[in-house]
Design a protein around this ligand. Structure first.
Ligand code: FMN
Length: 313
């Protein structure tokens, strides 16, 4: 019976996702709001950064990207003012200009654009790291850190303070994302009534939800996406961010357990209305965290044999 109903419901459920993707992303509409336009600028300045991070960048590369940035940055600054997005973009362009000049390529349009408002020399562009700086940890520390992450379901009930939550999310922001567009967002509660309000929409926290010290809802802002090909990108970027948050919490010696958001459209709709999560956001997963009890019993969750996971091409 349920399978039959699901056959009928599957298309409307996909339509629910598709509609929100179409109205949020700029795949089928112009980049007519701050987030959508910021996504285009970020994507393009990052193409410049990426190009300069190659082993042998070609002088004058990315002319089409530069043309677009010279339209989008002024458009953005006129509508929303200069901010971190445009500053980083200008800094990346300044490094690009210096690189090209050093290689005998001059772009007068770019020169005129940058002379209007000089870059701040803050973030944006490239940095050089030694191998030591790239891997600043001992082998055994790193291996034991990665191997020791487990899902924890036994907590003291102590609240995770706001500063610790902020630190965890800041660390989680090291997660990679498509063209550095950083679509992931985090909605968090650490007050009991707020946590309960979120947890009642989630079916996998029974027996331990009431002892959590914070509840995270990880979403992805679909305004960061620009093409049809990115229709599932929210779940990739959001999932990567969620994992990064789990590892960050682990690094702060907090226990964490992902809490699935495997829900049909009508449930998703109800939850986002109750929690005040905008339609532009795809809810990816919840995550519960807290201070583990002294001796924690965890599910072993044995892993598959390597040869059923790893396939050599
Ligand atoms: C997206 C996702 C959703 C999950 N949802 C739940 C959940 O609702 N409740 C729960 O107790 N565990 C949940 N888990 C935890 C898994 O059961 C756990 O990660 C898996 O068994 C591996 O164990 P480990 O995390 O201890 O290595 C979820 C994990 C993921 C990745």
């Amino acid at each position: 019976m349920r399978r039959l109903a699901n056959r009928v419901l599957i298309v409307p459920n996909y339509v629910y996702d598709a509609r929100r993707f179409m109205s949020s992303s700029s795949a089928a509409r112009s980049a007519d709001d701050r987030e959508r336009l910021a996504a285009h600028i970020t994507m393009d300045y990052h193409r410049i950064e990426k190009g300069m991070a190659l082993p042998a960048p070609r002088a004058g590369f990315g002319q089409d990207v530069i043309e677009r940035l010279l339209v989008h940055i002024p458009q953005y600054e006129a509508a929303y003012g200069a901010d971190a997005t445009t500053e980083v973009a200008r800094n990346a362009l300044t490094e690009y200009q210096a690189f090209n000049r050093a290689n005998g390529v001059v772009n007068t349009k770019l020169d005129a654009f940058l002379s209007g408002r000089p870059a701040t020399n803050g973030e944006g562009g490239t940095v050089e790291l030694t191998r030591e700086q790239l891997f600043p940890f001992s082998d055994d520390q790193a291996l034991s850190f990665v191997r020791s992450r487990r899902s924890v379901r036994q907590f003291t009930g102590e609240t995770i303070p706001n500063e610790v939550i902020e630190e965890a999310v800041r660390l989680a922001q090291r997660a990679p994302s498509v063209c550095n567009r950083q679509a992931a967002r985090v909605y968090v509660a650490n007050q009991r009534d707020r946590m309960d309000q979120a947890l009642k929409f989630q079916n996998g926290n029974r027996g331990f939800g009431d002892r959590l010290g914070a509840v995270f809802v990880i979403t992805a802002d679909m305004r960061a996406f620009t093409t049809l090909g990115e229709r599932n990108q929210a779940w990739v970027d959001g999932g990567i961010f969620a994992m990064s948050l789990a590892m960050s919490l682990h690094s702060l010696k907090l226990g964490a357990c992902m809490l699935n958001w495997s829900v049909p459209a009508r449930h998703d709709k109800r939850a986002r209305a109750a929690l005040g999560i905008d339609d532009n956001q795809a809810i990816i997963t919840m995550l519960g965290a807290g201070y583990p009890v002294e001796d924690v019993r965890i599910a072993e969750s044995p892993r598959r044999q390597l040869d059923s996971v790893l396939h050599w091409l």
